[in-house]
Design a protein around this ligand. Structure first.
Ligand SMILES: [Fe+2]
Length: 220
């Protein structure tokens, strides 16, 4: 990521920073290659159609947390896959310097390994590199043997797993989609994930249906 990326301003993005554009492009390609016809593909279509219009630059300061020590290991793993997954991993690595990693708001030091063993960073969304409300795209990172607690939210969601790890949603048992596997959660479905011996890395995207945070007079 170049120093020119306006991560600390409220400037309207008339053009998305190239590293961020490349990342969303690589994500779109990776999902397009894996999504069959159905509601998950429809969700991806809405997400990337909305992203054709850049929003505003976010103002979150870059922040790292202890689990970020696992990030390079996880990226090396996905990049070793080659093809579109490696391109997505490299694109994610390129925005690493401006990611603002945060703990789940309900996490407390009393959670044992979870507190310092997980982090989320919003790439596009209310706290993202690009600030907007209609589309949320982010990344989750977990240290080996850490479980992310079951949670749910109104928007449907697609995860693309960029590492090994186990997942559970609805009333399912734990399953292992594998690197490049997709997880689609319909609205308000409880879901959880669990890292095995390797760190867990995944990108998630949601469409909230809300209006963008950007002046209506701004260019598209
Ligand atoms: Fe989720």
């Amino acid at each position: 990521m170049t120093a020119a990326m306006p991560v600390c301003s409220h400037l309207v993005m008339t053009m998305r920073p190239p590293e961020l554009q490349h990342l969303t492009d690589r994500l779109e390609v990776a999902l397009d290659a894996r999504l069959e016809t159905g509601p998950a593909r429809d969700l991806a279509s809405v997400v990337f159609a909305a992203l054709r219009r850049p929003a505003t630059a976010g103002d979150s300061m870059p922040q790292r947390l202890p689990v970020c020590d696992q990030f390079d290991r996880a990226l090396d793993r996905v990049c070793s896959q080659g093809g579109s997954l490696a391109e997505l991993g490299l694109a994610l690595k390129s925005v690493d310097p401006v990611l603002s990693w945060e703990r789940r708001p309900t996490a407390t030091p009393g959670d044992g390994g979870f507190y310092d063993g997980h982090a989320n960073a919003t790439i596009v969304g209310p706290q993202g590199i690009e600030r907007r409300d209609d589309v949320w795209i982010g990344v989750s990172l977990m240290a080996p043997h850490v479980t992310y607690p079951e949670h749910h939210h109104p928007p449907a969601e697609i995860y693309i797993a960029l590492s090994p790890g186990a997942w559970r949603h609805g009333g399912s048992d734990w399953f292992t989609p594998g690197i490049g596997g997709l997880i689609y959660n319909v609205a308000d479905t409880p879901h959880a994930m669990r890292a095995g011996p390797e760190p867990l890395l995944a990108i998630w995207c949601l469409w909230t249906g809300k209006s963008q945070v950007w002046p209506r007079t701004a260019p598209p």
